[in-house]
Design a protein around this ligand. Structure first.
Ligand code: PGA
Length: 253
């Protein structure tokens, strides 16, 4: 944690969730009590099909709604894509960009991620820019240089701590049950903090929230949240159940 930064827990539902998930979302709201609301910001990123429904049901729950991706343009002939303008119109206040599953499955380069972050900014959405090394890159000792390159290539210099969140997600830790040691997370987050200060300036870089993501569970969240420069968590699988997600966020109480 960084004492002066308000923490944030983001749930990424990925390609999971049908209309029935609205019931689960109600449970998220019911468990988000006054103490939790005082302590931490919560964002749920449902699939786009549920975005509008969750946004309509969100008022009073103390939970903001985010999207999982956006197109770099605001409108046009891009069948199947969604623009940041559309996501904002549907009730999103944030959007994940550059998630490793997008980078890998859809060939998204740093330049594309940067253009998506700019689209988010233009449309008033907080961009949650994800970075992270593969197993091969970690084993080759390239973790810090890979993360630096991703940050340089994908974070627009004009962004501020208000519009920007960084998600550090080691690719090998996502959905695998594996997590880096607290010491490794500390090293990477310190390096991200230093790089951010270079890119968006000392003050904004010092205030920007840096989240850890990858196999976060109720059993390991407390240790991860105690790491310096970990200002919250990006939670995949464990965000599908209100009980797990609220237990994780509840460590901030
Ligand atoms: P996981 O996913 O928590 O299921 O590992 C995290 C993410 O990809 O955002």
């Amino acid at each position: 944690m960084t004492p002066s930064i308000r923490p944030l827990i983001v749930g990424n539902w990925k390609m999971n969730g049908l209309t029935a998930s609205l019931n689960e979302f109600n449970a998220f709201g019911a468990g988000n009590d006054a103490a939790l609301r005082r302590a931490v910001d919560l964002i749920i990123c449902p699939p786009a099909t549920l975005l509008s429904a969750l946004a309509h049901s969100a008022p009073g729950k103390g939970i903001s709604i985010g999207a999982q991706d956006c197109h770099m343009k605001d409108s046009g002939a891009h069948t199947g894509d969604l623009s940041a303008a559309m996501l904002a119109d549907a009730g999103a206040s944030a959007v994940l960009v550059g998630h490793s599953e997008r980078r890998a499955d859809h060939g998204e380069s740093d330049a594309i991620v940067r253009a998506k972050a700019e689209a988010a900014y233009r449309n008033g959405l907080t961009a949650i820019i994800c970075v992270g090394e593969t197993r091969a890159e970690r084993e080759a000792g390239k973790t810090l240089s890979v993360i630096r390159r991703q940050l340089k290539g994908s974070v627009p210099e004009t962004m501020t701590a208000r519009d920007l969140v960084i998600g550090y997600e080691p690719v090998w830790a996502i959905g695998t049950g594996l997590t880096p040691t607290a010491k490794d997370v500390e090293e990477v987050h310190a390096s991200i903090r230093a790089e951010l200060k270079k890119i968006i300036g000392k003050e904004e870089g010092a205030r920007t929230r840096i989240l850890y993501g990858g196999s976060v569970k109720p059993t390991n969240a407390k240790e991860l949240l105690a790491v310096p420069n970990v200002d919250g968590l990006l939670v995949g699988g464990a965000s599908l159940k209100a009980e797990d997600f609220l237990t994780i966020a509840g460590f901030y109480r």
